[in-house]
Write a protein that binds this ligand. Structure first.
Ligand code: HEM
Length: 366
């Protein structure tokens, strides 16, 4: 299944335009600056020609200055002059390098949880984006405001320091990328590297300061029911079908008692992206776990898996349940709908200057 997903992702990658519309715009302004500067140089030359009574010595000086000036203009045009401040305009290839570095670290640092930081990177991407409020246009992945104490300390974000720290060496290696772009790109990378669908991605997030932190309470509370789930996701502009597709990400990772209070994985392959979450939700008998922690469900057969109350709301609610049934039966439809909804989530509230058709599809590692 993973290799099928990779094949699909590669095919997608070949058919997608590789160029960001940011590039031509930034380049043309640089050319405009160069043309302007070059226009001044010949004018200075004409002014000196207008004084015919110079001694031959003075002419030598003028010729010398003109030669140096001409060379300077040549260097300026080439972009090698120390006077030119070069604006680095990252291309798709530069972002692919960031992707490759995250993918490399995911393989290298396998001594964590079930063998991968991938799930916690997906959670970081989701929590940095899931604060969006469509009424006020605030929140979302644009500011990367979880870097600051007020938002980092929201109860829902407990444990995400692990993911932010994991990405610090990547930021140090590619300092030109914003945190918002890095966190969301890493989430896309983690899904693809876990054998999930291609997640087309585009840059454009700008980091903001602490004043842009969102108030606590915008992320969902796992102890609640379907009404709460709808309140949270409708606030971001999602439909019932998109909500169910997004929650399929719980095929990945696990809950940690020292973070959320809940405990355990949702399935037996928590580092591989599949539709297993939906299959288990329908196929297993889920009972209340008898323990001292918060109310959660456990599978009757192995008693080693778990579901959150919000997960269970997907089969209690008739509207939600029909999509659970669809995705349990049809993995391809789940992959497609998850990809669309996750791309939408990562882009909420981002003031892009490039277009949706300019999204990049990164090559998954071999
Ligand atoms: C009603 C909505 C949701 C609720 C209440 C919820 C709640 C939770 C909770 C309580 C955990 C355990 C955290 C821990 O203890 O480490 C968790 C983990 C996780 N969630 Fe969600 N979540 C929701 C939606 C989503 C969405 C939309 C995504 C991504 C698209 C997502 C991806 C993940 C992942 C990958 C993990 C595993 C993290 C790890 O292994 O460290 N969740 N979620």
């Amino acid at each position: 299944m993973a290799s099928a997903a990779r094949t699909a992702s590669r095919a997608f990658s070949r058919s997608t335009p590789a160029t960001s519309s940011l590039r031509p715009a930034a380049r043309s302004s640089r050319f405009a600056l160069q043309t302007q500067t070059l226009r001044f140089a010949p004018r200075r030359g004409y002014a000196s020609e207008a004084e015919p009574k110079k001694s031959s010595n003075s002419w030598l000086w003028i010729a010398g200055i003109a030669a140096v000036g001409g060379y300077g203009a040549y260097l300026y045009q080439k972009g090698d002059s120390p006077l030119v401040t070069k604006t680095f305009v990252p291309t798709k290839e530069d972002y692919q390098k960031v992707y490759d570095e995250v993918a490399r670290l995911l393989v290298e640092k396998d001594d964590y949880d079930d063998g991968s930081y991938g799930p916690v990177l997906v959670r970081l991407a989701w929590h940095s984006s899931g604060t969006y409020d469509k009424e006020t246009g605030t929140g979302g992945s644009n500011g990367a405001t979880m870097r600051f104490a007020p938002e980092a300390e929201h109860g829902a974000n407990a444990g995400l320091k692990v993911a932010r720290d994991f990405l610090e060496p990547v930021k140090a290696k590619f300092p030109w990328i914003s945190y918002g772009d890095l966190w969301t790109l890493a989430g896309a990378c983690a899904i693809q590297e876990a054998g999930g669908p291609a997640i087309p991605w585009r840059p454009g997030r700008q980091d903001q300061d602490v004043s842009a932190c969102t108030p606590d309470g915008r992320l969902p509370d796992a102890a609640k029911d379907q009404r709460h789930v709808r309140d949270i996701f409708y606030r971001m502009g999602f439909s019932d079908q998109e909500i169910v597709a997004l929650l399929g990400a719980h095929a990945l990772g696990r809950a940690h008692p020292d973070r959320s209070g809940f405990d355990g994985p949702w399935d037996f392959s928590p580092t591989v992206f599949t539709n297993e979450f939906f299959k288990l939700l329908l196929g297993e008998k889920w009972v209340h776990r008898k323990w001292s922690g918060p109310d959660q469900f456990t599978d009757n057969s192995s008693k080693s898996l778990m579901m959150l109350p919000t997960d269970m709301s997907l089969i209690k609610d008739k509207e939600f349940k029909k999509y659970v049934e669809l995705y349990a039966k049809d993995n391809d439809t789940f992959f497609k709908d998850f990809s669309d909804a996750f791309v939408k989530l990562l882009e909420l509230g981002v003031p892009f200057t490039n277009k949706p058709e300019d999204r990049f599809v990164f090559k998954t590692s071999e």
